[in-house]
Design a binder for this molecule. Structure first.
Ligand code: C2E
Ligand code: CA
Ligand code: CA
Length: 406
């Protein structure tokens, strides 16, 4: 692992190096050092000329003479170094660190985090490992080249191109597996995934969302029926607010649920440009709930009007958006938002799921705050259907070993 450490104080560079080696003795580290921003930029320039891979990680101080941390950020934003995971360390107060984080994110850099001194090297390495897949540019897949666009989206929407992944939801107290969220990908001739950020807006624009949701529901339920061991776990499927406007789709969902009533189906509802509070949407929600299909309010906190929804709709659970969760142990504002959301949910008797849990630090904090359920890379990224049973068996076996050792 090639790491560039930038700090104007030699003893800090030395301390970071020896802690990294101490925390992960099996890793072979190659260290590069710079005592100011300008020297770091010179090293970055040099590395882009080489044919060798660039740095795997940059750890930089913020305040230095001869080019500070912001100069490095500016340089990285406009060059090939943009994808290198970046750790910023500073002795400024938390609000200043948050500001630096926002600036860095607005440049779309691969920011691991902005941390107060002294650096917790262990925490940083765990985070880097979850981000490392972004470190070097991934070659464009055939799917990306072929591109999915408004002209071909309709022809892409069929069972053969739809690829479902499943991400576990875990009970924080017991560590037991509770269920899975279905996350969709499209693929063209089995080569490379196209992700929802890209295809969902095209589907919505083309008015194909009901057709798409139907495909997802049918495929996911078939998967659960194929492996009866999965039936002890919940199956959460994303729907958009515009899906609620189709009576045909609602009837299809209810019929599917009736025919497979041993599957614990739940729908995660996200607001798109359509609002949920239209009479027709409310009626559809009521119809689903009356027919024993619970609804989860997704992306909680992202929309300004979310609180109205909690007042008027009996949601089974709310999912706190990952933007508030993933940096919970460092960001005091996010901590306050998550804490009050959990307190409110408790009063309303609604379960809370935190998505985007990437580290043990965040998980521990959520447990302290009284959150029930967690989902995120800390447990697993979304798992392809064909590997799901193996993953479940491995996870449960690890749990048994842990229990036996206690
Ligand atoms: P979402 O419902 O908020 O789903 C969570 C997203 O966070 C997923 O992205 C998931 O892969 C990602 N994620 C999970 N754990 C972590 C983590 O620890 N850290 C971080 N940074 N991210 C994490 P994905 O799969 O790209 O899906 C994006 C969105 O697309 C979903 O957001 C959902 O709103 C939508 N979507 C996905 N599948 C479907 C579908 O079948 N139907 C509908 N209507 N929407 C879907
Ligand atoms: Ca969701
Ligand atoms: Ca979300």
């Amino acid at each position: 692992m090639k790491i560039l450490i930038v700090d104007d104080q030699t003893f800090i560079r030395e301390a970071i190096k020896s802690e990294l080696v101490g925390v992960d003795p099996l890793q072979s580290f190659i260290f590069f050092e710079a005592d100011c921003g300008n020297s770091a930029i010179a090293l970055l320039e040099q590395s882009t000329l080489n044919t060798e891979p660039e740095f795997d990680l940059i750890i930089t101080d913020l305040k230095m003479e001869n080019g500070d941390g912001l100069a490095i950020i500016n340089y990285m934003a406009t060059t090939k170094s943009k994808n290198i995971p970046l750790v910023i360390v500073s002795s400024s107060d938390q609000r200043t660190l948050d500001l630096i984080g926002n600036i860095t994110n607005s440049f779309n850099l691969n920011l691991v985090g902005v941390f107060q001194k002294p650096l917790n090297v262990n925490e940083v390495l765990t985070l880097v490992k979850t981000k490392q897949f972004l470190a070097h540019e991934v070659p464009e897949s055939k799917a990306e080249q072929t591109n999915c666009n408004s002209a071909n989206i309709a022809s892409l929407l069929n069972e053969d191109n739809l690829f479902l992944c499943y991400q576990p939801k875990v009970d924080i107290k017991s560590n037991k597996l509770i269920g899975f969220e279905v996350l969709s990908r499209l693929t063209i001739q089995g080569d490379g995934f196209i992700y929802p950020d890209k295809f969902i807006p095209l589907i919505e624009q083309a008015g194909l969302n009901c057709q798409f949701t139907r495909l997802v529901v049918d495929q996911a339920i078939s998967h659960w029926q194929l492996f009866p061991a999965l039936k002890q776990y919940g199956l959460s499927i994303n729907i958009s607010a515009s899906d609620l406007l189709s009576e045909e789709l609602i009837n299809h969902l209810i019929a599917k649920h009736l025919a497979a009533s041993d599957i614990q189906l739940m729908l995660e509802l996200t607001e798109s440009q359509h609002t949920i509070n239209q009479e027709r949407s409310l009626q559809a929600i009521a119809k689903l709930i009356i027919n024993d299909i619970p609804i989860s309010l997704d992306d909680f906190g992202k929309s300004y009007s979310t609180f109205d929804r909690l007042d008027s709709i009996p949601f089974e659970e709310i999912k706190i958006d990952k933007d508030f969760v993933s940096d919970l142990d460092f960001n005091l504002q996010h901590q306050a938002i998550v804490e009050s959301t959990i307190a409110l949910a408790k009063k309303l008797n609604v379960k809370v799921v935190a998505e985007g849990v990437e580290t043990l630090g965040v998980l521990n904090r959520l447990q302290l705050l009284g959150c029930h359920t967690a989902q995120g890379y800390y447990f697993s990224p979304p798992i392809e259907g064909r590997y799901l049973m193996t993953w479940v068996n491995d996870y449960n076996q690890q749990g048994e070993v842990k229990n036996a050792n206690h």
